[in-house]
Design a protein. Structure first.
Length: 203
């Protein structure tokens, strides 16, 4: 690809991945929200968190499932397309990924949702720098009386393995520019949603 083609490809990937933080956050919080409703409690989704009427002290078990529902939602989003990608794009069919000078649409959709595993890497980094106890993985470990970093490390390691496998699936000639577009797009999307549009749309 010449420079213009590379730049256009980069812009396409960037535009797609701008939506990853928005979609991933909403679906993650939807998991919390549905868990509250299923257990007979009220809930409300905000731009980056969910509130409910569950009392963490008197309804500890229900609260545990409420917290667990968020990570489960994210893992479901990641793992289903991940296994589909492994089946649909094995070594003998990788040439099908590139179609009309852009990614095959099914591969792109899988890549979009699998990339949401990056949430667990982000949470691990947030914990390293802030030691925040509000992260779902920390709360799960606390309820089960495990080391506070148990799920943070476990989920981050699994996310890294999944993302590395997916990166390998991307054709070599598209790999670097796809990574750059995905990282740049996700970063821009995170900033736009969490600091500009999110607080307005879902305060």
């Amino acid at each position: 690809m010449d420079f213009n083609e590379q730049f256009v490809f980069f812009l396409k990937i960037t535009c797609i991945f701008i939506l990853v933080p928005v979609t991933g956050t909403f679906l993650h919080e939807l998991g919390h929200y549905l868990a509250a409703l299923i257990n007979g409690f009220d809930g409300q989704i905000h731009y980056s968190y969910t509130t409910s009427t569950i009392n963490p002290t008197s309804e500890a078990t229900i609260y545990f499932y409420y917290i667990l529902a968020g990570p489960i939602s994210t893992w479901v989003q990641c793992l289903i397309p991940f296994f589909l990608l492994l089946i649909l794009y094995n070594k003998n069919r990788r040439e099908k990924i590139i179609e009309k000078k852009f990614f095959n649409k099914y591969f792109t959709i899988c890549l979009f949702f699998i990339s949401m595993a990056g949430r667990f890497l982000f949470n691990a980094l947030i914990y390293i720098f802030t030691r925040s106890k509000n992260i779902d993985e920390y709360k799960l470990a606390d309820y089960l009386i495990l080391h506070p970093e148990t799920f943070l490390i476990l989920f981050a390691v699994l996310a890294i393995l999944i993302l590395l496998i997916v990166i390998y699936k991307i054709p070599k000639e598209k790999r670097i520019i796809t990574l750059l577009g995905a990282i740049f797009g996700s970063t821009v999307g995170y900033i736009l949603w969490n600091f500009i549009f999110g607080p307005i749309i879902l305060p």
